[in-house]
Write a protein that binds this ligand. Structure first.
Ligand SMILES: [Zn+2]
Length: 307
């Protein structure tokens, strides 16, 4: 582990075991071969995507600012801070039986997938702990499979364990009183929202394409009227955006909706879930990490965990 940072260093948490999650080939994300195609497509969530991020960070223009840290797998006990025992047991059993199972639409648990998911969750927790322990100012947990669709009791949208949700729970368990989750992945961060839907300790904010529900694994609509329940009523803020909204649309939504809500909530930790698919539909011209966390009370010392 590196010494505490006071510079512009970016601490990247990574483990190449996450490359062993093989999502297969087929027509888009179906894994199906109709038998008459010349070329089968790689699943949209494939290891090439993250291999290139590793390459960019290793060899690209900011490589000299990167300090690498090895991630480690989450324990089952850690997973249970967000997920139900029954759901985790189901995945353990599926893995013991050799994997090769479509857990839900387009979400494949193949041999190696479960261990990769444990590494993604554990690496994210390590990155959050690094921030909580006062190390680093910009920390990036580079992980796959992704997590923000995974709900406490079910997988969804290529996600098994909710990496951001686990990090939020660790922050709460470590003494943070109010945590903001801001998700700008192009899809609704339904799993994270569901996990904290009845909590007033976590404000979940999601800006996303207006895609609605996509089936039993994703019953949430992501509409503005999904506001939370019970003590959590008013603590889930959905901002659906039309395709092609672009930087100006995001900027307007941030200025008019998100920033006022964040300032009113006054979080002592912020978790930014920033997917890498927004550019295809919303044409954002920014670099996409996946999660950033920082305590806003100290804005001059911006601390982030990117996942
Ligand atoms: Zn997405």
């Amino acid at each position: 582990m590196s010494a505490p940072s006071t510079s512009c260093r970016i601490d990247v948490f990574w483990h190449d075991g996450m490359l062993n999650h093989d999502t297969g080939k087929g027509v888009f994300d179906t894994g199906m071969n109709p038998g008459f195609l010349e070329v089968l497509e790689k699943h949209p969530e494939n290891s090439d995507r993250i291999r290139n991020i590793v390459s960019i960070l290793s060899k690209g223009p900011i490589s000299s600012y990167i300090s690498w840290h090895s991630g480690s797998p989450a324990t089952i006990h850690q997973l249970l801070s967000f997920h139900s025992q029954e759901y985790v047991d189901m995945l353990i059993e599926a893995d013991k039986n050799g994997g090769k199972k479509e857990i839900c639409c387009g979400t494949f648990l193949n041999p190696g997938s479960f261990n990769a998911a444990l590494l993604a969750a554990g690496t994210t927790l390590s990155a959050m702990k690094y921030i909580l322990d006062g190390y680093g100012e910009l920390v990036y947990a580079l992980v796959r499979p992704p997590g923000h669709h995974a709900q406490p009791t079910q997988a969804d949208g290529y996600c098994f364990f909710n990496n951001a949700g686990l990090a939020v729970q660790l922050a709460l368990d470590s003494g943070c009183k109010k945590v903001l989750v801001l998700d700008i992945d192009v899809h609704y961060g339904n799993g994270t929202a569901e996990g904290f839907y009845r909590s007033d300790k976590v404000l979940t904010v999601s800006l996303h394409m207006n895609h609605g529900s996509w089936g039993p694994s994703h019953p949430q609509n992501g509409t503005v009227d999904e506001l939370g329940e019970g003590e959590g009523f008013g603590y889930n803020l959905n901002v659906p955006l039309p395709n092609g909204s672009g930087d100006k649309g995001y900027g307007y939504a941030m200025r008019e909706v998100v920033i006022p809500a964040v300032e009113k909530f006054e979080p002592d930790m912020m978790v930014l879930v920033i997917g890498q698919d927004s550019s295809a539909f919303l044409k954002l011209n920014v670099v996409y990490p996946e999660v950033a966390c920082y305590p806003p009370a100290n804005r001059n010392c911006l601390k982030r965990v990117n996942i």
